[in-house]
Design a protein around this ligand. Structure first.
Ligand SMILES: [Zn+2]
Length: 74
């Protein structure tokens, strides 16, 4: 008896290309990598958090509407 159904792995695409991931991606407006110490997400000053500009998707935040800002020590 050979079980051949073990290869039935769900090959689902986790994220469609074009949809920006919430982490692991740096945008021009990011001051540091996401998840780095002394950083926090902030509203993108270019698009005010909308992720869009008049000419289309905001390049500063990559269309996410948020940037990673370095807080530093207070
Ligand atoms: Zn933006």
């Amino acid at each position: 008896m050979h079980t051949q159904s073990t290869a039935a792995v769900t090959v689902a695409t986790a994220a469609a290309p074009g949809i920006p991931a919430s982490s692991g991606q740096r945008n021009p407006g990011d001051e540091s990598a996401s998840g780095a110490p002394q950083t926090a997400e902030d509203i993108c000053p270019e698009c005010q958090g909308s992720g869009k500009l008049a000419q289309g998707s905001c390049a500063n935040c990559g269309g996410t509407g948020r940037i990673v800002k370095i807080i530093g020590d207070a």
